[in-house]
Design a binder for this molecule. Structure first.
Ligand code: ACM
Length: 550
């Protein structure tokens, strides 16, 4: 008997016995995004409502239990009792930390039966992800009745495919502020994404307070992509600490990016003595690579960054240095420095700069990361991770994996979310007319891995990331519209094993996620009813000639 028939029979039986009369909606994978590794439906159903107790041991299980309780209060208005294990009276949701329920540190087991929901995990993160799945099941089943929700009986065994499940937000080109960042962190957590790559510095704005160099924010934060004289917009050290804690509570590591030696204009406008290279529109694009003072300055900045961000990773950028290093040969001190090092050109000097700064981060006790230019720079693969973004240069991915770099896949096609998602859109990027529709995003990353990663080197691909670059994203509403719901497709590629993925199944689960975005008042694109309503007026990239990438 198939599951639908079983549920119909069971509901009839329960109804005859005076129990639950309604039945849960049959939604693939119980409405969970990303789809879990394994899900089996059983013929029971659980009535979740005001009288359900949440049960947990004191200690590490408590934050996930409290999170569940708070979310159900906000979403349903229920004030469920939180009780200690062993004191349970009626039907309950029980959260248990268990040393070996699953062999993944972020995995969990979730079982829904008639009188109990049991969630087990080996870590607080695993319990948190189990809670996210449970909340999605509740959202998928929710109707207008606030008094109760009927959950289908399931047994779920789940764990992530990739360790790195990331999202990049560029706040240099436009600044959105704490509330928008926290909205994004909440939704990342619901999709089990765990790395927030925060692009805090670039040409159009420096967005993090550095106490030793106040002009970085006094001058470097007073601009954005459109305007050169705005009030300063940046995060104070207190803001950063608050956001870091907010992310930690959601099991998200914040990865700050301090871009160098290029994309440095905001910094070199504040401290011109550390800049050299770039002309015209790109004046001040690079840090001066031959002055000892530049390296001292950057090391001091990175020390403060390490103090603000407790996570293991610091991203050093390293991309598109070409816009600035073409002028390095005009500077006699750089020419001499290049020659003294035994090099013959600026690209070799760029490599020296990148290797030297990666070593600084390593010596500060953190893992240096950079864009895929770090492969040509020959940064040390023993401790440096690279982000493959140039989808037109597949040889770099192949080389990086072959040389045992840890690689995060974030190719422009299909993971750049500033690329438009529908043909009608005018504002946003395309690559030779190709854009990043949700189905293209969903169809990632397996073909890229199969076609370009040498056999036996697949383990070097540590994860995937969606990126929102914000030149043409002037405000919070447009940012959300570009991120959601495509980030859900990225999340499924990051978490769900390739053989469990199905676009049709994903699209059947998406409406509940879109309803959840509406509940949170998050503007989003709707693939079922596409409308160009959020295109920003007066901001079209047709007016801008974006430079070639090299
Ligand atoms: C990049 O898009 N320049 C990494």
């Amino acid at each position: 008997m198939n599951i639908v028939k079983k549920l119909i029979v069971l509901t009839a039986l329960l109804s005859a016995a005076g129990h639950v009369t309604a039945q849960p909606k049959m939604i693939p994978n119980a409405g969970i995004i990303p789809a879990p590794v394994k899900i089996e439906f059983n013929s029971r159903q659980f009535l979740l409502g005001q009288r359900t107790e949440i049960v947990c041991q004191p200690g590490e299980a408590k934050p996930a239990a409290t999170f569940l309780r708070e979310e159900l209060k906000v979403r349903k208005g229920w004030d469920l009792p939180l009780v200690r294990l062993g004191k349970v009276g009626g039907s309950c949701i029980s959260l248990e930390l268990d040393s070996h329920p699953n062999d993944s540190p972020e995995g969990y087991l979730l079982k829904v039966t008639a009188d109990r929901v049991t969630l087990r995990a080996a870590s607080a993160a695993g319990l948190f992800y189990g809670v996210q799945s449970l909340l999605q099941m509740v959202a998928a089943q929710s109707g207008t009745n606030l008094a109760s929700v009927i959950l289908p009986g399931v047994s779920i065994t789940d764990a992530p495919r990739f360790e790195w499940r990331g999202f990049l937000l560029d706040e240099s080109d436009h600044f959105y502020g704490k509330q928008t960042v926290e909205e994004i962190l909440d939704l990342m957590a619901s999709l089990k994404l765990n790395r927030f790559h925060w692009h805090l510095t670039d040409d159009y704005g420096w967005r993090v307070e550095i106490k030793s160099y106040p002009k970085l924010t006094q001058i470097g934060a007073s601009r954005n992509f459109e305007h050169t004289n705005t009030p300063p917009q940046f995060y104070t050290t207190a803001d950063i600490r608050e956001i870091v804690e907010y992310a930690q509570q959601r099991h998200i590591v914040i990865v700050p990016e301090i871009d160098m030696p290029g994309h440095a204009t905001a910094a070199t406008m504040a401290y011109p003595e550390f800049g050299e290279g770039g002309t015209g529109h790109w004046a001040g694009f690079t840090f001066h690579p031959a002055k000892p003072e530049t390296y001292d300055f950057l090391k001091n900045v990175l020390r403060e960054i390490c103090d603000l961000f407790p996570g293991k990773y610091i991203h050093l950028g390293g991309d598109e240095v070409w816009f600035g290093n073409r002028q390095w040969t005009n500077d006699p001190t750089i020419v001499k420095f290049t020659r003294d090092l035994g090099y013959t050109n600026s690209v070799q000097l760029e490599g020296y700069f990148n290797r030297r700064m990666a070593r600084v981060v390593h010596e500060l006790g953190r893992t240096p990361l950079g864009w895929d230019e770090l492969v040509a720079a020959d940064a040390d693969p023993k401790y440096t991770g690279v982000f493959w973004w140039r989808q037109d240069k597949t040889n770099i991915l192949t080389e990086a994996a072959a040389r045992d770099y840890h690689v995060v896949l974030c190719p422009r096609l299909p993971t750049y979310l500033n690329y438009v998602q529908d043909d009608f859109e005018k504002v946003g990027r395309r690559w030779k007319k190709i854009f990043n529709s949700i189905d293209r995003v969903y169809d990632f990353p397996d073909k890229i891995i199969a076609d370009n990663v040498p056999a036996g080197k697949e383990k070097n691909i540590i994860g995937v990331e969606g990126c929102l670059w914000t030149e043409f994203v002037p405000d919070r509403n447009r940012a959300h519209y570009m991120i959601f719901p495509r980030i859900a497709a990225i999340a499924e590629g990051a978490w769900t094993p390739a053989k469990r993925k199905s676009e049709a199944d994903f699209m059947a689960r998406l409406p509940a996620f879109l309803r959840e975005l509406d509940r949170r008042q998050i503007p989003h694109y709707d693939p079922f009813n596409p409308l160009p309503s959020l295109e920003p007026a007066g901001c079209t990239n047709q007016d801008y000639k974006l430079p070639p990438t090299e």
